[in-house]
Design a protein around this ligand. Sequence first.
Ligand SMILES: [Zn+2]
Length: 194
Amino acid sequence: MRTDVEVSMSNRHAHLTAELVEALFGEGYELHEMRKVGVREFASQETITAYGPKGKVADIRVMGPPRSYCQIELLMGDTYKLGIEAVLCDSGHVDNAADLVLEGPAGKVAVPHCGIVARRHLHLGQVVADQYEVKVGDIVSVRVGGERGVIFNNVIVRSGRSDRCKFHIDVEEGNAAGLRGVTRGEIVSIDERS
Ligand SMILES: [Zn+2]
């Protein structure tokens, strides 16, 4: 089984609630769109700093529009700097996430259960779903080639909006495999059926 996927990497970023945007940037503040990353979602011009028990991480890009919950998606290395446990989470499941103090130009707020390391995942393309019987909830392995090529195991399959499969990892995972920008990979096995 060889199924092509598009690999893209994300850097550390913050999803904030509307209340937190105001607390960190000022009353009535609205985020300024810098770059679109989805149909509705965008990377804003704004960044924040996160503090943990051991240290801080600055320049965390704020994503918009605001969400109903706060989620700070960190790199594994950030969690060492901050002195927090690296909790691997699926987006939106922040019950076990780390407590952080967030700082913006207008204030500093302690936010419980917000710091996570996002679990690597694959957004299923509909064409591929029909062809290969990979289902949402399956755990698959994805191989990327090149001089530092690796096989990424424990990739959770999630739903996707486009025809193509999109494999989402963070920049540390991508750097470890020597990836640059958007690149190609392939699903090499289904390890667990949902
Ligand atoms: Zn994703």
